[in-house]
Design a binder for this molecule. Sequence first.
Ligand code: GLC
Length: 424
Amino acid sequence: MKKALTLITLTAAMAAAANANAAGVTVTIACGTVGIELKMCQDGGARWAKATGNTVKVFQSPNLTNDRLGLYQQQLAAKSSDIDVYQLDVVWPGQLAQHFIDLNGKVPAATIKSYFPGMIAADTVGSKLVALPWFTDAGLLYYRTDMLKKYGYTKAPTTWAELATMAAKIQAGEQKTNKQFVGYVFQGKDYEGLTCDAVEWVVSNGGGTIVDASGKITINNPNAAKALDTAASWVKTISPSGVTTYGEEEARGIFQAGNSAFMRNWPYAWALGQGADSKVKGKIGVAPLPKGTGAGARNAAALGGWQLGVSQYSKNQEAAISLVTYLAGPAEQKIRAIEGTYNPTLPALYKDADILKANPFFGSLYSVFTGAAARPSGPTGVKYNQVSQAFSGAVHDVLTGKTNGTKAVAGLATTLARIKGTGW
Ligand code: GLC
């Protein structure tokens, strides 16, 4: 008799525990890698959890976007329900659309309308809204205001030739007392980040976007070849030989330690560069990346950015949609813009006084963010990753002196034609 009673009590206790769990579900989000991104994602997730009574787990991902894509493709191909929400690169929707739920009809239409229309278009594959835009990115030129002044310059360079001249002069002067000092750091490693930098070099020299909007392969042209040769001329002159192994964080490490006059990076480097542990706090300027000399040359920033999408295989889709809507909403975007310089995807926030105070260049460089050059992920669809890898590989060969611009773009056109086959 006693035994039976104990059993009943236990069952009641178990039922009570089950009910408590039903009040909240656990949502797992794959997000945040570079810089303070991980911490900011954890903080945002915790705020949502507190507001809704749910729990968030953050799935840690590798730093390089290529490695993340590989890992996520494995998860998705296995139809794994381990990750509910994925942070997606702006170049991925075309490749991954089939694995994500359609947010149209699940997120209020007015919310969808509040984003930059171009970003919603980029996240829409066919008629499916694969993800909500979380933050946008554009390549920027960072420079040391104190160094420019010291060497008699009154403004940032506007052409690549000017940048090379200024970087060489500052480097020569600074190396007298600091052997580690270099003129220019950028993303020269063979990965997606190099695709971004090299698209900027090529577009800014009037050489097109590898593949044009109609799907035509355009890379084999003299302006593109020259842009790559120009970038190669920086290696071992104004940039260290190691630049061909740098991603975003390696470049930032050197610039933030006070060892480079110029740096190409994304906006996130601003907030970190102004941090208490930064040697260049208060000495950083931000300008549009310079332009080249070819016909049609213009300033060009690569369009980057990250979206949040809900996996088809999630067992908690409703809560996952709630998390995505919350994180990509105005209050969270404001916090992220102020604390981490993550560019909002909501036009209204570019008029927010607090955001502009934290990031003055959001106002002055607004057209850089809205006019950034897209990588050809739209026209090349599911084959984009192959196109990008072929491109960054060819560019890397030019940077490391294995080939020159003319041969590289000709070879690349052949490779791309093979990848394209009868169509993208
Ligand atoms: C940034 C951009 C992303 C790009 C990546 C390359 O994270 O936002 O779009 O693919 O850098 O490293």
